[in-house]
Design a binder for this molecule. Structure first.
Ligand SMILES: [Ca+2]
Length: 195
């Protein structure tokens, strides 16, 4: 680079590089129709405000809680919340979480098909949410779970290796939004099948 001018003046140089690559968790043949949050059928990330085709909000504290929407990519994402990536995006009861949602419980549900027997298969992944993940249910049965509160600035890893059935399966995540007045809430999960 060249510093211009005919007398002393500021010059500088700055570059940022990252060698880390976000893991991508494609759907696996053992788990047909199972996707991370905020992606379409081919795994591409969806835009702000899109309805996630794979996750529904089956109960929620806000009156407007009907579909899980891709959260707008603004604060608190990339601030208090983990930044979005090419592998997944945050979901919320509504896209605008600067406008926030009511405190209470939100249940996100996804359904998928186990096509190759229900024994010896593993599903692992990582989850982040605002504020706390209070329950995980596989086919209606509670899964043992440990996660921090709040759980939005980092990932919590998990794995499931029992409770699957051949055919249709349902996986639910119950998120509690804390506080006593409207404030941001969101949910994000990345999933992969283990051999
Ligand atoms: Ca919150």
């Amino acid at each position: 680079m060249r510093n211009g001018g005919s007398s002393d003046n500021p010059t500088g140089f700055r570059v940022e590089m990252s060698a880390s690559v976000e893991p991508v968790f494609p759907p696996a043949p053992q788990f047909l129709g199972l996707f991370s949050t905020g992606v379409g059928d081919s795994g591409q990330v969806l835009g702000d405000g899109a309805s996630d085709p794979h996750y529904t909000l089956v109960s929620g504290a806000s009156a407007d809680a009907a579909a899980a929407q891709v959260t707008n990519n603004v604060w608190p994402i990339g601030h208090a919340w983990l930044a979005n990536s090419a592998a997944s995006r945050w979901l919320s009861p509504r896209a605008d979480q600067s406008g926030s949602s009511a405190p209470g419980f939100y249940t996100y549900r996804t359904t998928f098909t186990v096509s190759d027997g229900s024994q010896g298969i593993w599903l692992s992944g990582r989850v982040s949410c605002d504020d706390a993940l209070v329950a995980v249910r596989l086919n209606g049965a509670a899964v043992s779970w440990t996660a921090g509160n709040p759980n939005y600035g980092y990932w919590t890893d998990f794995s499931l290796h029992e409770g699957f059935v051949e055919g249709a399966n349902t996986l639910e995540f119950v998120v509690r939004n804390g506080g006593s007045s409207d404030n941001p809430t969101g949910f994000r999960v990345e999933l992969k099948a283990e051999p």
